[in-house]
Design a protein around this ligand. Structure first.
Ligand SMILES: Cc1cc2nc3c(=O)[nH]c(=O)nc-3n(C[C@H](O)[C@H](O)[C@H](O)COP(=O)(O)OP(=O)(O)OC[C@H]3O[C@@H](n4cnc5c(N)ncnc54)[C@H](O)[C@@H]3O)c2cc1C
Length: 360
């Protein structure tokens, strides 16, 4: 184990040469920093609130040859065991209006800002486009990782660019929308460049005039009493918050990571033969060739909704959500997920892919 460098106070501490450095805490409990409430420890933990602290943390990890884990709000990870190396908790703050024209504003937001607080901020300042993404937990810096999406809108629809630090070299890099290779709950940072870049800020391109997306059926239904031109973005946000609060368990009360599986996308031909045997199958067309199945329907109809497996459970209202009321270990959550995957595959021949990322 490398010798840790300690200074007495995290953010006001200074090294002998006057450069502020973060505090590296050994054997740090992460139970309250992951929304699944899994009790694991980090070999070392550091919370960074400035780019200087961040660079210092990267230098430390590099010098001591510690693997790095980047932590945001901890709402899309399953920690299966104690984390070796250094956990860097991104707490960079700040919002800057970098440009505007008649139609748009470009807002640069630091990675450690809370996502829903950003949505609220934009509603207050009449920067439109984020309202459908209301109440998604987590940080701004993690949002591009899986191209967060909800109620007919994805991050990529409002994304201009991001800045990141190449973890190996410590050098800054800019990623445009194309270079992020966004897909359904996916980006280059989940694939080819997994765990290689640390996102420090995201720039959003937001509308100055309301630009409502009301296509999602539950949203349309909830707003059915209103004429389209009388609906405001604030109303859309409020309705979505209400739907989400009714549908999804609050991780502060019942630990969870939201949807545990992605909705599987299958060839239209496979969908047709499945539908012949299961006429109630819930699905949405992707294009002429592909269909997206509702993973919740598959799990529910395989008999899993409301099932309790020791300390872990499948949520009673939403079969896509695995909950951890008993503070299970990560591997117990994974074991239940694997049982569900197997049973859905046996019944429907469809593979479910987990949405959160498993560590270490
Ligand atoms: C109740 C609930 C509801 C949810 N609903 C939705 C939803 O509707 N739509 C949706 O898309 N998601 C949803 N999620 C999932 C989750 O909120 C999002 O994926 C969110 O963006 C994760 O942010 P985070 O800061 O918590 O990331 P974390 O869980 O901390 O990290 C997730 C991944 O991103 C990496 N990472 C984090 N920050 C950075 C950074 N600055 N630079 C580089 N890598 C980084 C981590 O290393 C990890 O691999 C939900 C989760 C919960 C608990």
């Amino acid at each position: 184990m490398p010798p840790p460098v300690y200074y007495t106070n995290c953010n006001s501490a200074a090294a002998p040469d006057g450069i502020p450095v973060p505090l590296f805490l050994p054997n740090f409990d992460l139970q309250h920093l992951n929304t699944l409430g899994v009790p694991v420890k980090a070999q070392f933990y550091v919370s960074v609130t400035s780019e200087e602290e961040l660079l210092e943390a990267l230098r430390y990890a590099r010098n001591e040859k510690l693997p790095l884990f980047i932590l945001g709000g901890g709402s899309n990870i399953v920690l299966c065991d104690d984390l070796p190396g250094l956990v860097v908790h991104i707490r960079l703050q700040g919002k800057t209006l970098v440009a505007e024209d008649n139609e748009f504003v470009w807002l640069r937001v630091a990675a450690g800002e809370n996502w829903h607080e950003l949505v609220e901020y934009c509603l207050d300042f009449h920067y439109w486009g984020l309202e459908n993404l209301s109440l998604i937990p987590g940080s701004v810096g993690a949002a591009p990782i899986q191209n967060i999406g909800a109620y007919g809108v994805e991050l990529k629809d409002v994304f201009e660019e991001l800045t990141a630090i190449d973890i190996r070299s410590g050098l800054p890099v800019t990623f445009t929308r194309d270079s992020c290779e966004f897909g359904y709950r996916d980006s280059i940072f989940k694939g080819r460049l997994r765990d290689q870049y640390l996102i420090t800020a995201v720039t959003f391109k937001l509308h100055k005039q309301p630009h409502l997306v009301l296509s999602y059926p539950a949203l349309r239904e909830a707003l059915a009493a209103h004429a389209d031109d009388a609906i405001t973005p604030r109303q859309v946000s409020q309705v979505i918050c209400e739907i989400r609060r009714n549908k999804l368990p609050d991780p502060a009360q019942i630990p969870n990571v939201g949807s545990f599986f992605k909705n599987p996308v299958i060839p239209a031909t496979q969908y047709e033969s499945l539908r012949a045997n299961h006429p109630q199958l819930v699905a949405y067309p992707v294009d002429d060739q592909q269909v997206k199945l509702a993973a919740a329907w598959l799990i529910d109809n395989a008999g899993w909704r409301g099932q309790v497996c020791g300390p872990v459970a499948v949520h009673g209202q939403q079969a896509l959500v695995l909950t951890n009321p008993g503070h299970a270990k990560g591997h117990e959550v994974v074991a239940l997920a694997e049982k569900i995957q197997l049973s859905v595959f046996e019944k429907y021949g469809v593979a479910l892919e987990p949405e959160p990322r498993f560590y270490p």
